[in-house]
Design a protein around this ligand. Sequence first.
Ligand code: SF4
Length: 408
Amino acid sequence: MEKPKPLGNSEELIQKGVDMVLQALSTDDRRGMISCSALARIFACPASFNLEKFVKTHYPDKSFDTDDSRRGDRLHKAMQTFGTRNQDLSDIKPDEVEFLEFCHSKFLSVLKDYAQLDADSGVFVERRLWAGGILSGQIDKAIVSEKLKRAEIFDWKFGTQPVPPAAENLQMAGYALLAFENFEVDTVVVHIVSPCAFGKKYSSVAYTREMEPELSRQITIALAKAYKEDAPYASDIGAHCQFCIAKTICKKQLENCTAIMNNDQQIVLSPQDFSLTIENFDQITEKLNICADRIKAATRLIEQLKEAHYNFARDNIENLPNYEFKAGSESFKVDDMAEFLQSLHSRIPAIDEAKLLKFLSVSKSAMDEMVKTEGKIKAKDLKDFYRILNGCHFEQGKEKLVRKKEVK
Ligand code: SF4
């Protein structure tokens, strides 16, 4: 493999990178441009760009949305009009309004200064920008003043997990580059507003025009690396994998899974770890966090395999004679607590409601015990007894895939 040249002398490397990038752009349906939101992942794991592209090409109908991403999309959409006459909160739950208010307050406090210094400042909402034909990014909101030669870029983060602050955030560095390329400005201030993170986080940082060439150089080199056919993987799985959709074909993730299943030396706890002392406490904390992260990553991957396995069986059950689907188990749900308690009390007056409520919040089996004792109801009749009460119902669980028993 060709040895990389030192970065200090990289003109040729940059040109080569740009050529590769342009070649890739011509074949990609999104014009192949890496988006600023993927920069941090691509810096950490250049291989992830091609792997994600592969997954998208081979599974064009697969949705990679999660509950969190759908919620983020709703909140982003609402922020487009929040605070204007066209404000539309029809998709927003009452407890989510404060998130929008927090974002808007950060934007307003900056806008006020611009209103005084340059009334002609432009405000852009959800604007996609392009840089050098190699990078793109959708900006949530921006204020641009040609008179002050300054731009302010706002990025809303609606996840609950904290993100790196603006000064260390590569996505924001990408946005700064986009702003320098697209607007006549000398300073770009990027703001990250995270209203759903614990403690509601906010940070900002300023980039100046003098920083643009270095930003451009570093980003171009990173993108060029990512577009290479043999782009390197990150040295290990980690935070950069969080939103990567290529986990199921990633050799690092599979290695981690295998390591977990083989009780790999690196992650197995040793007897000494259980002798906690003040001196080793930090070290064990770190070790436990690594264990938890690795197990979580492996579990997630195996869950994906489980889901694919189940769906495959659903589609092919006629050709899988050794398998069958069996009804899932029923689970008890209370729809209206007041109605349920009243209904239960009317049938078993001896029941202590305060105690029952406490038991119900701990576990259903604690409530079952109480109902059996106070109502003199046999265990086998319990389900039928609940069925006649108001304010509750049994929900049918997902069908189970089981291997048929062999007849001897
Ligand atoms: S899952 Fe992680 S290591 Fe694997 S390709 Fe994606 S970012 Fe890279």
